[in-house]
Design a protein around this ligand. Structure first.
Ligand code: NAD
Length: 477
């Protein structure tokens, strides 16, 4: 077992205030593979003080200086590529051969992308006698989940560094190793002391302290809607800015005249990627009545192509759930779907039957598809966060759009129609922060965030910079 017993605060590896630890379990083997500090309020206070102190200098550096640091961070990430991969495989059970694609390549690209955007901080607008400038918001607290740990960290850190903010990061309990590797990178490239600080520990305790802290100027939170509400409540008395990136239950509308085989493949593979632990997964597939049976048989056969197994085997497409808690939650939802009267057409309860002996203690679940789902069922309304797809039938396109919009969430969506123009007409009527047309994929340029209970912030794209910027108006006589 690897032991990390120091926190990264004020540019140095410091012993935490007490000896409490968090143990991190490898979900493939069920064994503890890592131990990290479980920080206290004292550690948080030190980290925030370091970030506040560093802000005085970092916020006055030129954009080109910050871009230079960031490009060196990206270079160092490339040098530690294998270590970043290993940490994902160990902590999440992500298939090794897919980990670069899913988890590491985009964060490296994103660090360079935001380095290029640092110069936008210099732009000044003149409106008559009014001069409008941009300033960094200050000390930012970043609280992240475990499903894309590096991607989510860099999605906040890169625009914040570009804007001139300083940072206190709190990783999820299940995946702290990525943050520790990044802290080592920040030290190695000589990022000024206090610009990035890391406190590992339990979210309910540390999150509340960070959110309420008077010297934290903004909180960016990615995670469940449940915790997101608590974050906003804890932050409210100090009137700090809160960016919430929360859950989803995204709809995918396939029209009658779409290329059904391509559309269904896209939808099923989208839900199965990363063992279904993706906030914007298209977990509600909407099919016209006339093509419903055809879509069900296509979906079941595509899901059956998934090979679940050892993340170190390059033939597999799906590893375990990232934690045993998440495995149990998915099992509970599969049972709930059965109880609600939906029909399992692929997968179902329990672990895959053909798992090798050494994997039997792992957090494995079966890729599962429910047919006969109605939008009132809890499996259609709540985020399952596993490889579970609900397929629903609709009568006409207006009712498909009604079903898509009848959700507490509004994170993402997709449309597959005869052509892009037809898909675009439907996309404009869907209440969600993103809509993917005709089988499109994630783009760094696309602002990412939710309507309704999916949150209020936007990450990625140039838009993300705004989360870390104060607008100042200087009015001349
Ligand atoms: P979670 O809310 O339980 O935990 C997320 C983080 O919040 C962890 O670091 C945790 O320690 C911390 N936390 C927990 N309770 C807290 C509290 N009361 N105050 C402050 N921090 C607290 O979520 P999870 O189960 O780890 O992650 C899965 C969720 O994240 C899903 O709902 C998923 O949709 C969502 N998510 C959203 C996005 C997005 O961009 N919208 C991206 C990825 C994941």
């Amino acid at each position: 077992m690897k032991i990390i017993d120091k926190l990264f605060i004020n540019g140095a590896w410091q012993s935490p205030a007490n000896d409490n630890v968090l143990q991190v379990i490898n979900p493939t083997s069920g064994d503890v593979f890592l131990q990290v500090p479980n920080s206290t309020e004292e550690d948080v206070n030190e980290a925030v003080a370091a970030a506040k102190n560093a802000f005085m200098h970092w916020s006055t550096t030129t954009p080109s200086m910050r871009a230079d640091y960031m490009n060196r961070i990206a270079d160092a990430m490339e040098q530690k590529y294998d270590e970043l991969i290993e940490a994902h495989v160990n902590s999440m059970g992500c298939p090794r051969h897919l980990t670069g694609l899913y988890h590491v390549d985009t964060p490296i690209e994103a660090m360079r992308y935001y380095a290029n955007l640092a110069t936008t901080m210099d732009s000044v607008e003149h409106k008559g006698s009014v001069i409008i400038t941009k300033e960094p918001v200050g000390v930012c607290a970043f609280i992240n989940p475990w499903n894309y740990p590096l991607h989510q960290l860099i999605g906040k850190v890169a625009p914040a560094l570009a804007a001139g903010c300083t940072i206190v990061a709190k990783p999820a309990e299940q995946t702290p190793e990525l943050d520790f590797i990044m802290a080592q990178i920040f030290e190695d490239i000589g990022l000024p002391a206090g610009v990035f600080n890391l406190v590992s520990g339990e979210g309910t305790a540390l999150g509340a302290i960070l959110c309420a802290h008077k010297d934290v100027d903004m909180v960016s939170f990615t995670g469940s809607t449940r915790a997101g509400i608590q974050v906003a409540q804890a932050a409210a008395p100090s009137v700090k800015r809160v960016c919430q990136e929360l859950g989803g239950k995204s709809a995918f509308i396939i029209t009658e005249d779409a290329d059904l085989a391509s559309a269904v493949r896209y939808g099923v593979e989208d839900v199965m990627a990363n063992t279904g632990q993706t906030c914007n997964a298209l977990t509600r597939m909407l099919i016209p009545q006339s093509r419903y049976q055809e879509a069900l048989s296509l979906a079941a056969s595509i899901a059956n192509e998934q090979i679940v197994g050892d993340p170190n085997n390059d033939q597999i497409t799906m590893g375990p759930m990232a934690s045993f808690k998440q495995k149990q939650s998915v099992q509970n939802y599969i049972q709930l779907g059965i109880d609600e009267g939906a029909k399992v057409i692929c997968g179902g309860l329990g672990a895959p039957t053909n798992l090798a002996e050494h994997l039997k203690k792992g957090a494995f679940v079966r890729p599962t598809i429910f047919a006969g789902v109605t939008n009132t069922m809890r499996i259609a309304r709540e985020e399952i966060f596993g490889p579970v797809l609900c397929i629903m039938a609709y009568d006409d396109i207006d009712s498909a759009i009604d079903i898509a919009n009848d959700s507490d969430f509004g994170l993402s969506s997709a449309v597959f129609a005869k052509d892009e123009a037809a898909a675009m007409r439907i996309a404009k009527r869907i209440k969600a922060g993103q809509c993917y047309l005709q089988g499109a994929f994630f783009s760094l340029e696309a602002p990412f965030g939710g309507y309704k209970q999916s949150g209020n912030g936007r990450e990625w794209g140039e838009q993300s910079m705004h989360e870390y910027i104060e607008t100042k108006a200087i009015i001349c006589a």
